[in-house]
Write a protein that binds this ligand. Sequence first.
Ligand code: ADP
Ligand code: GLC
Length: 473
Amino acid sequence: MTAEVAPFSKTGGLADVAEALPEALQGIGHEPMVVSPFYSRVHEGNHRLHRVFESVPITLLGGESFDAYLAEDGRNWFIDYPRFYDREGIYRNDGDEHLRFLFLTHAALELCRRRSWSPDIAHANDWHTGFLPLFLRSTYQSDPVLAQTRSIFTIHNLAYQGVFGAEVAGALSMGTKSYLLHQDHLREGRLSFMEHALMYADAITTVSPTYAREIQTPEYGVGLDGILRYRSGDLYGILNGIDTTVWNPRTDPRIPVNYSETSLEAKVANKGALLERAGLVASPNQMTVGIVSRLTGQKGVELMIRPLARRLESGHITFVGLGSGENRYEQALTWLASTFPSSAHFQQGYDEDMAHLIEAGADVFLMPSRYEPSGLNQMYSLAYGTPPIVRRTGGLADSVTHYDSGSGEGTGFVFDHYTEVGLAWALDQALATYPNRAQWERLQRNGMSEDNSWERRANEYDHLYRKVIGNRS
Ligand code: ADP
Ligand code: GLC
């Protein structure tokens, strides 16, 4: 169960995972059913969906009912309930945001009942689905269809916890089971979706081993490190994978020229196309730095502006950025582009074609995150022969190793401290290596030969699912 799933509804990496992990699990014999809302953008997306069930009641929410649609893939189910989902966007912070996702949680479970389909595992993702584990242990505990179902909750981003006022508790319709809610926090006036997931899930995962360790510390725990330490025996870090049918420079239909590790010279044509699209003039020896990012405090935008400006000023680099998010970051990148109009470009917005072109056309990909649960773009960059420059945190630490020109080992440039100096150092390491074509191609090939496929990672989930099912009493 998920709030977003590609290609139907996407704001970030969660959607990519919700598409690719179930597909890979299906490949090894699982029968996944992915449930998400029928947002208006799903309606408008020209997908072939079929209405399978009409007016499925959710008795707990005062007799409301929904229709359920199934995609042609036979895997993606959509909860059609216009009152909550017929709105623009996915996350909205409207006054009823908690209800939109509580409805989804109930609807997913009711859909299983309507199908008489008993999943071994209900896999919930991020705060929106946070009450799924508790519902299974309370309201649905003795349900003939769901009594044996165990829950796994995956943290994709601990910073978004879904914390609402205590008055929201009534909407959970838990009746006599309400004592299972976090009583102290209710008394303090708040109710956290994420916290209840961590309290009641049979197992908790997050999307990289390093982030799994980090979130057990006060620095990264966003107030939940205590409960995460308490549950450390049930907490697993499994790095995300990438969908190699979508993110593969050998076959990617969105880029002008396909290439592989044996035809790296063809990458240059993509660089040309990128610079042209960005309206930039660059000499071949200028290294092009790319970013594709949600522009939030997580992503390290404030670190990059000055180091990039200095290197743009000295003519060492060109820059192409794509992203949307907080105003201050959009403004900072817009400033950069307007200050260096012939060598820096920023496109504000969401654009999948441009994201692919940047991955293929840039020379390096910059991702200096303050924290990064997994991160996908650095793995796309590795696959596209575009060495990533990253900060050593979370999934970035687990997927990129610093290039050592002596041994020829390493896949990118990695800095430790979340400072401009750290980022500038890594950028200069890349700039120092870039002119040496033999070294650079070695670095590119090292990254391109990494196996970050979901096939591999799905096996880790498979093991965990079996372990959790095996623990059923
Ligand atoms: P996060 O989920 O924190 O945003 P990830 O690296 O896991 O970070 O995933 C981001 C995903 O969203 C990638 O598939 C990336 O290409 C995509 N993305 C982010 N911003 C944009 C954008 N402005 N345009 C197109 N794709 C974007
Ligand atoms: C979140 C994280 C990102 C992760 C993605 C998918 O958006 O910020 O690091 O890759 O979820 O798990």
